[in-house]
Design a protein around this ligand. Structure first.
Ligand code: SF4
Length: 303
């Protein structure tokens, strides 16, 4: 495995480059530099990549593409911004449609300046990215070994965008279960989730300053409705979901019952809440593929 850490797979995305930096990226693969001899492979699939190499600046047209590609990469992953356009927007920074560098959309770990960035600088950036990748790999092992625990905190409106982003990643597997990608957690807009903050209490699980899970709840009559419990794929099986559930229940001690629902094929969710003493109260057919399972648990205030 140690040899693999030195042979990263790179996914290159041309955001809106003038192609100057892209030509230099390709030059890294030509016989003069020949980075493949070190095991560095340029892949066309973000799911296979360790390093996300971005050239060009971010604009309204490509911001969602960059986010989507980033989300598809498995952890640990490192983002390298190549060229002054990707690092800050460069000479296009003042353009009406340019938002700036890649870090406006995804967390950038390594900046490679230059216009165009020289192949030597790009290779140096990739070597620096290897160090970052190794650090992230170690951290993930520590988290998986339970050496780092998440803190559960009240989320604020400032967290809305991050929670929505994570919600869309977490609910992808749910959508795949039902082959239905029109489910609400995937289609919710930023304005809608911001509006939810006015009526619901949001809790977030945080590790190293990053949100890795969330849940929300609100009172309806004498019952507490719990919604959208999710944990990031890389942070599952560490008890974070259970802790979020316990904490949201404790946030509404006056509740007579705690109510939630999930899909009939979401066995993991049903298993988790049943462990917390929730019982199935009813089921409801939503469409041909989906049946909702409603679960309920008595609160301390139940007479
Ligand atoms: S940094 Fe220079 S060469 Fe690279 S994409 Fe921007 S303008 Fe082109």
């Amino acid at each position: 495995m140690s040899s693999l850490s030195k042979s990263p797979w790179i996914f290159h995305y041309d955001a809106s480059s003038c192609n100057g930096c892209d030509i230099e990226v390709l030059a890294c693969l030509t016989p003069i530099y020949d980075v493949e001899r070190f095991g560095i492979v340029n892949t066309g699939n973000p799911k296979h990549a360790d390093i996300f190499l971005i050239t060009g600046s971010v604009n309204e047209q490509n911001k969602e593409v960059i986010q989507n590609l980033y989300n598809q990469m498995a952890d640990p992953k490192v983002v390298v911004a190549v060229g002054i356009c990707a690092t800050s927007g460069g000479i296009f920074a003042e353009c009406y449609n340019v938002m700036g560098g890649a870090d406006k959309i995804v967390p950038v770990d390594v900046y490679v300046p230059g216009c165009a960035a020289r192949p030597e600088a790009i290779i140096d950036g990739v070597v620096r990215a290897l160090g970052v990748l190794e650090e992230k790999r170690k951290r993930i092992k520590e988290i998986a070994a339970g050496q780092v625990t998440a803190t559960i905190e009240r989320a604020s409106l400032d967290d809305a965008e991050k929670i929505l982003e994570l919600q869309k990643i977490a609910y992808r597997s749910e959508a795949e279960l039902y082959n239905d990608f029109s489910i609400e957690p995937l289609t919710q807009s930023l304005d809608e989730i911001k509006a939810d903050f006015a009526t619901r209490t949001f809790l977030k699980a945080v590790i190293d300053g990053n949100i890795v899970g969330a849940v929300r709840g609100y009172m309806k009559g004498t019952a507490c409705r719990i919604e959208r419990l999710f944990v990031a794929p890389g942070s599952q099986n560490q008890g974070i979901g259970t802790r979020l559930m316990r904490e949201i229940e404790a946030t509404f001690p006056e509740s007579e019952t705690y109510d939630l629902f999930t899909g009939n094929r979401s066995k993991r969710n049903i298993f988790l809440v049943k462990k917390l003493n929730y019982k199935i109260s009813r089921t409801e057919k939503v469409n041909k593929r989906v049946e909702r399972v409603y679960l309920q648990k008595a609160g301390q205030n139940r007479g």
